[in-house]
Design a protein around this ligand. Structure first.
Ligand code: PHE
Length: 346
């Protein structure tokens, strides 16, 4: 009997040590110490022993019972501590920084375009958009560029098949200048001041400064008594707002069939301020746009009488302005859709 009690004790303690949670502990308690538990039953049979054996075995049995009860309480406490630890590890640490959702931003070309628009709107310019798919008439003929005119070589054109015949060809606009005609035809004979931004397309060999698709902003002002001085004043103001108050600007003759006289505008190199560097290709000057006084024939095509009205127009490449402003070396970055590039402009 003593042996039996000892074995039972050892077995019980071994099992208790292996028990993993509180409900298993309860099962263990029921199995050994419960009313029908093995120890309880064994102790009950002590009464059948001889009077000589009874006290000793009884005492041992009670000791074992107490030992098991103590062990049970200890195990319960242990398991509770462990459970508490697990709970603590699992709880929300509100001091951890949150996870930011990925944030988008405006494309650098959009940002630059917005900056350009913000400089011109206080001067009274509003914004108008024309179609990217254009008629030959608007892209060329009404801008004083007849079919077969050598000036067409200035714009390598993507035509849309099939050809509709002379003067009716459809194409992807090569510049935003057709917007000049569309706008004048819509507004004549009212004076106007407008910016025409949008995508343009050219059949280009792509390289660091040429893309087959790019964005231009056209500017057009038509009214009575508009002169070259207005053109120079407005564009100088723009360049200084965009690149720096103190910058010198330079106007030189240039040729575009839809302006007379035509000009190109350059700003003093804002990197080297004169002596020459990589940014200005060692000339000290950076060309930023083409411009001129609207050609009388173009005014007429737009519905204005050149005896009464005059105007100036300009056109600039938005990527080029952004490249200068942000020091971007290759136009292809703009349309490579690489977030490592794009996310620098948030
Ligand atoms: N449309 C011309 C170009 O793309 C730029 C320009 C616009 C020049 C308006 C003069 C006046 O090259």
């Amino acid at each position: 009997m003593k042996k039996e009690l000892q074995n039972l004790r050892n077995k019980a303690l071994k099992e208790l040590a292996r028990v993993k949670d509180l409900s298993a502990v309860e099962a263990w308690r029921v199995a050994y110490l419960g009313r029908k538990g093995t120890l309880t039953q064994l102790l009950r049979s002590v009464g059948q022993l001889s009077a000589k054996e009874r006290p000793k075995v009884g005492e041992l049995g009670n000791r074992i019972k107490e030992e098991l009860q103590t062990a049970l309480q200890a195990r319960i406490q242990e398991l509770e501590k462990e459970a508490q630890k697990v709970r603590e590890a699992e709880t929300l640490d509100i001091t951890l920084p949150g996870r930011r959702p990925p944030q988008g931003g405006l494309h650098p070309v959009t940002r630059t375009l917005n900056e350009i628009i913000e400089i011109f709107t206080p001067l009274g310019f509003s914004v108008y958009e024309g179609p990217e798919v254009e008629w030959d008439r608007y892209n060329f003929e009404l801008l004083n560029i007849p079919p077969d005119h050598p000036a067409r070589d200035m714009w390598d054109t993507l035509y849309i098949a099939p050809p509709y015949g002379k003067g009716q060809d459809m194409l992807l606009r090569t510049h935003t200048s057709p917007g000049q005609i569309r706008l004048m035809q819509e507004m004549a004979p009212a004076p106007l001041r407008v910016l025409i931004p949008g995508r343009c397309y050219r059949y280009e060999a792509v390289d660091p400064t040429h893309e087959w698709m790019f964005v231009q902003v056209e500017g057009l002002a038509v009214g009575k008594k508009i002169t070259m001085a207005d053109l120079k004043g407005v564009l100088s103001h723009f360049a200084r707002q965009m690149f720096g108050e103190e910058l010198k600007v330079r106007f030189r003759c240039d040729y575009f069939p839809f302006v007379e006289p035509g000009a190109e505008m350059a700003i003093e190199c804002f990197v080297c301020h004169g002596p020459g560097c990589r940014t200005c290709k060692y000339t000290g000057w950076i060309e930023i746009l083409g411009a001129g006084m609207v050609h009388p024939q173009v005014l007429r095509n737009g519905g204005y009488d050149p005896a009464e009205f005059s105007g100036f127009a300009f056109g600039m490449g938005v990527e080029r302005i952004a490249m200068l402003k942000y020091g971007i070396e290759d136009i292809r970055y703009f349309y490579g859709n690489d977030l490592r590039f794009l996310s620098q402009f948030r």
